[in-house]
Design a protein around this ligand. Structure first.
Ligand code: S3P
Length: 448
């Protein structure tokens, strides 16, 4: 998201039943990866269903700056003519990744083993986020980073001239760190090995294999061991991007909470490394059916049929599930507030370094709406009573998922719920407003 975009205050009112088909946009994680791997391949990559949110558009611009030809043919339909592994050119401009941690971290990995330099920056949110978790493993390949204190952006990365392969155990469950190391490993000779003690989303591994890399994944006592053979010839592919389960979460949770609702969300990814929210909602008593399960472009997908679910109950989400629902805790905390009983979210400290500190952002906004809760560094506990008073203006803190979560709360709270700025929603879900309005949700922009 542009650092200078004008705030868009928004408000959500109690709404009648939601009904219809919610065609949510393409998966953000897969969209970034399709552009980056397309740029690192020889020949043409054809992407359909690409998310045209600001985060992904920033990655498309970055791939052009590194020398790839990236063309929009029609809505969601993009072509990338890549430069091949090791073929990135040195950008002549600063790479602005806007709001996107995924974009900047994966791109830093992709260039770290090429002998070029690039300077990265982002918006006020991204420039606060930790980058040492990326630059530390990239230094093992021979890359050098100079950034602000604490490894913050803006940061210049100088790629390794003679990269060496790396064996790296992830110190935190992060698909971004794993992916940065694997993408760097592409242009290092020999085998790069990443060990993840806790599994995280595996789109990079799946897509690398699809583009022709030799990549082996085995389970061991240490965790998942991912071995990539360096310097492969990647060739352009067709990539059909499934709909984003993290975006689907907003209309799905809205339909569960708004009395009388019934919606369908077609073609949503059901990748097991992304499925934690859906497992949790079913444990809480949600009425969700997964219809027409099928495989699309190497990813499992299904059509979701979701009905209003009275009598939701509080649950505990165990720490080992956190990575598979890491982006869904803000909206889960809204569902938890509307359920009966206590929901405990365990092992969630990574939420503190997302687009905002999501534990603090949700806790302060929910408290302002009359919800009782407790937080520790690593947990969020919500005491649900089946109703939320609402009637507050919540801060979205440059965080799309915080803004959308509070707007969903406003559809069921006793009094309307407002957010100070809905502009960040465009980073991941640019059609959120018309899509929700089409289902019958009363969400409006208000005068600043
Ligand atoms: C993502 C990984 C997750 C997630 C982010 C997208 C990815 O971040 O929160 O929205 O596409 O790899 P972490 O790797 O920091 O957990």
């Amino acid at each position: 998201m542009s650092a200078h975009s004008t705030p868009i205050p928004m408000i959500a009112h109690k709404s009648g039943p939601l009904a219809g088909v919610a065609e949510v946009p393409g998966d953000k994680s897969i969209s970034h990866r399709a552009l980056i791997l397309g740029a690192l391949s020889v020949g043409e990559t054809h992407i359909t269903g690409l998310l045209e949110g600001e985060d992904v558009i920033d990655t498309a611009k970055a791939m052009r700056a590194f020398g790839a030809t990236v063309t929009r043919v029609a809505e969601g339909d993009w072509r990338v003519n890549g430069v091949g592994v090791g073929g990135f050119a040195e950008p002549t401009q600063v790479i602005d990744c806007g709001n996107s941690g995924t974009g900047v971290r994966l791109i830093m990995g992709a260039m770290a083993t090429t002998p070029i330099a690039a300077t990265f920056t982002g918006d006020a949110s991204l420039n606060k986020r930790p980058m040492g978790r990326i630059t530390d493993p990239l230094a093992l390949f021979g890359a050098r980073a100079v950034g602000r204190a604490g490894g913050r952006l803006p940061l210049t990365l100088v790629g390794a001239v003679d990269p060496v392969p790396v064996r790296y155990t992830l110190p935190m469950p992060s698909a971004q760190v794993k992916s940065a190391v694997l993408l760097a490993g592409l242009n290092a000779p020999g085998e790069t090995v990443v060990i993840e003690p806790e599994p995280t989303r595996d789109h990079t591994e799946r897509m690398l294999r699809g583009f022709g890399a030799e990549i082996d994944v085995t389970d061991s006592a240490e965790g998942r061991v991912i071995t990539l053979k360096g310097q492969p010839d990647l060739t352009g592919q067709s990539v059909a991007v499934p709909r984003d389960p993290s975006s689907a979460a907003f209309p799905v949770c809205a339909a569960i909470l708004v009395p009388g609702s019934e919606i369908t969300v077609p073609g949503v990814s059901r990748n097991p490394t992304r499925d934690g929210l859906y497992i949790t909602l079913i444990e809480m008593g949600a009425d969700i059916a997964f219809e027409n399960p099928r495989d699309e472009g190497g990813e499992p997908v299904a059509d979701l049929r979701v009905k209003y679910s009275p009598a939701l109950k509080g649950v505990t989400t165990p720490a080992e599930r956190a990575a598979s629902m890491i982006d869904e805790f803000p909206i889960l905390s809204v569902v938890a507030a509307m359920a009966q009983g206590t929901t405990v979210m365990q092992g969630v400290k990574e939420l503190r370094v997302k687009e905002s500190d999501r534990i603090d952002a949700m806790a302060r906004g929910l408290e302002a709406c009359g919800v009782t809760l407790e937080e520790t560094e690593d947990t969020l506990t919500i005491h649900g009573t089946g109703a939320v008073p609402g009637g507050a203006v919540c801060e979205s803190r440059l965080d799309h998922r915080i803004a959308m979560s509070f707007l969903v709360l406003g559809l069921v709270a006793d009094q309307p719920v407002a957010v100070d700025d809905g502009a960040p929603i465009a980073t991941s879900f640019p059609v959120f407003e018309p899509l929700m309005a089409g289902l019958g949700a009363r969400i409006e922009r208000t005068a600043p």
